[in-house]
Design a protein around this ligand. Structure first.
Ligand code: AMP
Ligand code: GLY
Length: 425
């Protein structure tokens, strides 16, 4: 099979790593890829916003399967364009991607099908004053969400009425999130452990991959600003068999059904972000693609053929036995540039990566670039050091990641020291 993978982050590096192990693979192209993905295929420098050029490339190279990493092209409808050209694609249609792209769509769908999630109300820009009135009468903290995608910045947990008002004003008055903020969802604040579960599906049948836990805040102890994810581990002990059963029966199955019934059959990876509350698991958000950095810990734990899984799902008849989790633990610690998630410098020389990689350590590139044979920082989240141990020893996995990370360096390197600690306590 000739395969195109779209994206350039740590998530795509992890997907490329795993697809490259498939016996069915003839050639992998990554558009545009990163310095890590080029070890598993050919990086092709096309703009991921330029759908026509990507489709042209796929037709020219007789591509059998396209795997789409990030949400943006899916929300823009790239999967529909591939399908129209007869090219198989692992990733949902524009309609189905609304589960991530329009929070109000996801919330209304959940309400209609009785899927447990936070209570909420949606407001349009012209209902600005109503939204303030609603906030005045709401319990604090409260969560304000821009309806559309906002590069991970559209969710504000407000502790005071003032903060909540500012968040709504950012959306409606200052247009801080562009058209994504023309509608807001105001929802009840939930407490509990968070978990991420990936359902790989052909729209009807599905398999669940081991549950992971992300660490979204910049500082240890889940303090400070929200980021794109500072680390993850899998499997998380917070998702036991009983939670998994409720999740499949009350969340995954009804949502796949709801999507089918609203002409939005979902093919790909349905990312289910859960809050494990005292009342049971509730949905925080759905994403229409794999999570980052959760993918970096979930995929290395799988035995089997990921390409077969993706291809069979894309063909409408998922092979549920294509991959299997047979035990093991994984911890990914993200190394960020000083200043991230605010402004940060680029172009710092990275040392030590090649020397640390082994059977048990994978360094997934995210914000790196290569110039004249040197590896330089080129983003806020630079790379993720991932350990994979074959026993269910999370503590050992954590130690291995941090030991490896201590040997890698660049000017201004920052990382959290407590990835996976919640599970170890
Ligand atoms: P999202 O972008 O929807 O993943 O939200 C970012 C983060 O905000 C989540 O990972 C949660 O930590 C937090 N969050 C979102 N919605 C809620 C909620 N209703 N209650 C508590 N925390 C939330
Ligand atoms: N790790 C969170 C996300 O991928 O959205």
């Amino acid at each position: 099979m000739k395969v195109v993978l779209i994206g350039s982050g740590g998530r795509e590096h992890a997907i490329a790593y795993k697809i490259a192990q498939s016996k069915k693979l003839e050639k992998l192209f990554i558009i545009p890829g990163n310095p890590g993905t080029k070890n598993f295929g050919e990086n092709v420098q096309l703009d991921i916003k330029d759908h026509d050029s990507i489709i042209g490339f796929c037709k020219e190279n007789k591509i059998d399967l396209v795997v789409v990493g990030p949400e943006q092209p899916l929300i823009e409808g790239i999967a529909d364009k591939f399908s129209a050209e007869g090219i198989k694609v692992f990733g949902p249609s524009r309609n189905a991607a609304r589960i991530e792209g329009e929070k109000s769509f996801a919330k209304n769908l959940m309400k209609e099908y009785g899927v447990p999630t936070a209570d909420y109300k949606t407001f349009l820009k012209e209902e600005y004053f109503d939204s303030l009135e609603y906030l005045k009468n709401s319990k604090l903290p409260i969560v304000i969400k821009a309806d559309g995608i906002a590069a991970g910045k559209g969710v504000i947990v407000a502790e005071t009425f003032g903060q909540a008002k500012n968040a709504v004003e950012d959306c409606f008055v200052h247009s801080a999130f562009g058209s994504s903020g023309n509608k807001v969802v105001i929802e009840e604040f939930m407490t509990g452990q968070e978990a991420s579960i990936f359902a790989i599906t052909d729209g009807t049948e599905y398999i669940l991959l081991p549950a992971a836990q992300d660490h979204k805040r910049i500082l240890d102890g889940d303090n400070g600003k929200n980021t794109g994810g500072m680390g993850a581990y899998a499997p998380t002990p917070f998702v036991d068999d009983s939670i998994l059963k409720i999740t499949t029966q009350k969340i995954i199955e009804p949502v796949l059904k709801a999507l089918r019934e609203s002409e939005s059959n979902f093919v790909g990876c349905l990312y289910c972000g859960l809050m494990l509350t005292n009342e049971g698991p509730k949905v925080v958000e759905f994403n229409c693609r794999f999570g980052d950095p959760e993918t970096q810990v979930v995929l290395p734990l799988l035995d089997g053929d990921l390409l077969e899984l993706f291809y069979s799902a894309a063909c409408g008849s998922i092979n549920k036995n294509a991959v299997k989790y047979n035990g093991g633990a994984s911890v990914c610690v993200v190394a960020a540039a000083k200043g991230y998630p605010d402004s940060y410098e680029k172009g710092k020389v990275i040392t030590g990566i090649n020397e640390t990689e082994s059977n048990e350590i994978i360094v997934y590139h995210a914000g790196t670039m290569e110039t004249e044979g040197r590896l330089l920082t080129n983003g806020g989240r630079v790379f993720g050091v991932t350990s994979v141990v074959r026993t269910n020893d999370l503590k050992l996995a954590k130690e291995k990641s941090y030991t490896a990370l201590s040997k890698i360096n660049f000017d201004g390197i920052y990382y959290r020291k407590d990835i996976s600690d919640k599970a170890l306590k």
